[in-house]
Design a protein around this ligand. Structure first.
Ligand SMILES: [Zn+2]
Length: 283
């Protein structure tokens, strides 16, 4: 039988179950989602340079670069942030189609953004029009100093924005109790790579492990059927060798007798520790 959240298999009579790792990680995801939702809705300043929790969420999005399933969310985030920063209130479906290449339909993406109150969608002249809400505009104005934003800053904002959205999708998966629930997920599918890679990385930091070995990572994600090519790309990104993205989770690679270990950045451990303390306090 198969875990409905992560896909790991074990022998047993039922066709599905929820594994212990997923039960624990789901609680962590729910705690983290509560915190980001509160910040996105109530904070006046949303700045990853000063807020380490936002940085943690942003840094998790490096996975989207290697995962077609979730990359569409990152691309549309970048586009909307750019538009919102330039003062646009609406985006037409035609503009989106011209700017973002994807084989997926927009419906699944729009649904998530609407649920989070980041956009509203209406139909006019046979096409959909995306209205940018105040919640999105607030984020896009973060670094507004009157000077045009650099590519770098736009990217940073897009990372927070998509980190928030991806955490929301994980939050949905954390509540999945049976197979029927899959219809509630975007495109009716589980964000398997995102879930499993972060379950390992955030999970290790949550336990207070300062480092993890490449072997343990491989073992963990392979059991959950993450393809070896994806796994290889993620490992390369963690070693910061890929050039396609920068992730800020790892501060050092240690090689010992041909075995590779990764050391977490201090802030990752501190933030996960804080999440853990919060959870224990509210329990
Ligand atoms: Zn599981």
């Amino acid at each position: 039988m198969k875990c409905i959240r992560c896909g790991i298999q074990k022998s047993g009579r039922d066709d599905h179950f929820i594994c212990d790792d997923c039960i624990e990680f789901s609680k962590i995801v729910q705690e983290m989602y509560r915190e980001i939702e509160d910040k996105m809705t109530n904070s006046t300043v949303i700045d990853p340079d000063t807020d380490r929790f936002l940085q943690l969420i942003s840094d998790g999005t490096f996975i989207t670069a290697y995962n077609p399933q979730t990359s569409i969310f990152y691309k549309i985030c970048e586009f909307i942030i750019q538009k919102a920063y330039k003062g646009a209130s609406e985006i037409t479906e035609e503009e989106l189609n011209k700017s973002i290449k994807t084989t997926r339909s927009w419906g699944g993406v729009f649904k998530v953004f609407e649920e989070l109150n980041l956009i509203n969608v209406r139909v006019e002249d046979y096409q959909r029009i995306i209205q940018i809400t105040e919640k999105t505009k607030k984020l896009s104005r973060q670094y507004d100093s009157g000077n045009p934003l650099s590519e770098q800053v736009i990217k940073r904002l897009a990372h927070i924005y998509s980190g928030y959205i991806l955490l929301y999708i994980m939050y949905k998966l954390s509540q999945l109790e049976d197979l029927d629930g899959e219809f509630d997920l975007p495109y009716n599918e589980k964000p398997k790579t995102l879930w499993n890679v972060l379950m390992f990385l955030w999970g290790e930091a949550y336990k207070g492990e300062e480092k993890f070995s490449e072997d343990d990572f491989i073992k963990f994600v392979s059991k959950r059927r993450i393809p070896s090519t994806t796994r290889g790309e993620i490992l390369k990104a963690l070693q910061a060798m890929s050039g396609r993205t920068v992730q800020g989770l790892i501060k050092e690679i240690v090689v010992n007798n041909d075995k590779i270990s990764f050391k977490f950045e201090d802030y990752v451990l501190l933030e996960m520790r804080r999440v853990r303390d919060n959870r224990e306090r509210t329990r």
